[in-house]
Write a protein that binds this ligand. Structure first.
Ligand SMILES: Nc1ncnc2c1ncn2[C@@H]1O[C@H](COP(=O)(O)OP(=O)(O)OP(=O)(O)O)[C@@H](O)[C@H]1O
Length: 254
């Protein structure tokens, strides 16, 4: 990889109680690119994604070992402020989950908590910026006070993306962000992901190899808790080194 990676995982092991879910994961993630995590169900993609903003801290039986650095900061170091970390590493989930609040307040929520603006006008500007970046502004600008849960599924997911980026994170994690959406809403989000990578580093878990091929520049293939191989998406899909990757991308496993 030519550029210094923004995220470096070294020998990451994850356990749920006695059960090991990830085994010595080593992965570098470049800035301002989209990296797809692919692999059969239960291989540990979501577990790895959730290590990157310490969401696994919320699971009592989960233990993470090894090192993950974001821009040279060890995010598991004792002095790390996890709330600040999560503002730097936003997350979008499978099912759109807007708060039962207005469209405006959904986006303003994070900036308010983190005290990112100092006036009403600044907040309005930030909400508009976030909604424009999330490709939703034109559809909602005349009804910002309406509830976010009243939007269509695809719009709700873009609202969740606006909410995630409103605090200007460096990294956005997306866990199968289109799995609850129809093909048209999916296509809109995929275009958006390509646009967003200009400002953010994106890591996406997807079950769709077509989606990984369309949206990502890098791909990492997981299998039974191991990272089998990673590299440029094109290489992974056209000339994988490992037979397990080959079998997965040709539909023989998974
Ligand atoms: N909260 C949990 N408690 C116990 N085991 C868990 C928990 N979350 C995940 N696991 C286990 O860890 C392993 C990896 O799961 P994970 O959800 O990371 O896989 P995945 O590749 O994202 O799967 P999928 O594609 O089905 O979402 C699985 O064996 C799963 O059962």
């Amino acid at each position: 990889m030519t550029k210094t990676p923004i995220i470096t995982a070294r020998d990451v092991d994850v356990f749920y109680g006695q059960k090991q879910a990830l085994d010595k994961i080593n992965l570098e993630i470049p800035e301002n690119k989209v990296t797809s995590l692919i692999g059969p169900s239960g291989c540990g993609k979501t577990t790895f994604l959730r290590c990157i903003n310490r969401m696994n801290d919320l699971v009592d039986i989960c233990r993470v070992e090894g090192e993950i650095k974001i821009a040279d900061q060890d995010i598991y170091a004792a002095n790390v402020d996890v709330v600040a970390l999560r503002s730097q590493v936003g997350m979008v989930f499978q099912k759109p989950n807007p708060f039962p609040k207005s469209i405006f307040d959904n986006v303003a929520y994070g900036p308010r908590i983190h005290g990112l603006t100092s006036s009403k006008a600044e907040m309005e500007e930030l909400v508009e910026w976030s909604l424009i970046k999330a490709g939703l502004w034109e559809e909602v600008k005349d009804r910002l006070q309406e509830t976010g849960t009243g939007l269509s599924g695809g719009q709700q997911q873009r609202l969740c993306i606006a909410r995630a980026i409103a605090v200007k994170p460096r990294v956005v994690l997306m866990d199968e962000p289109c799995s609850a959406l129809d093909p048209i809403a999916t296509a809109i989000i995929e275009e958006l992901i390509d646009e967003l990578r200009k400002n953010f580093t994106i890591i996406i878990v997807t079950h769709s190899m077509q989606q990984a091929a369309r949206v990502s520049q890098r791909t990492a293939f997981f299998h039974m808790g191991n990272l089998v191989e990673s590299g440029p998406t094109k290489t992974i899909f056209t000339s994988p080194k490992d037979e397990r990757t080959q079998n997965y991308i040709t539909g023989r496993i998974g």
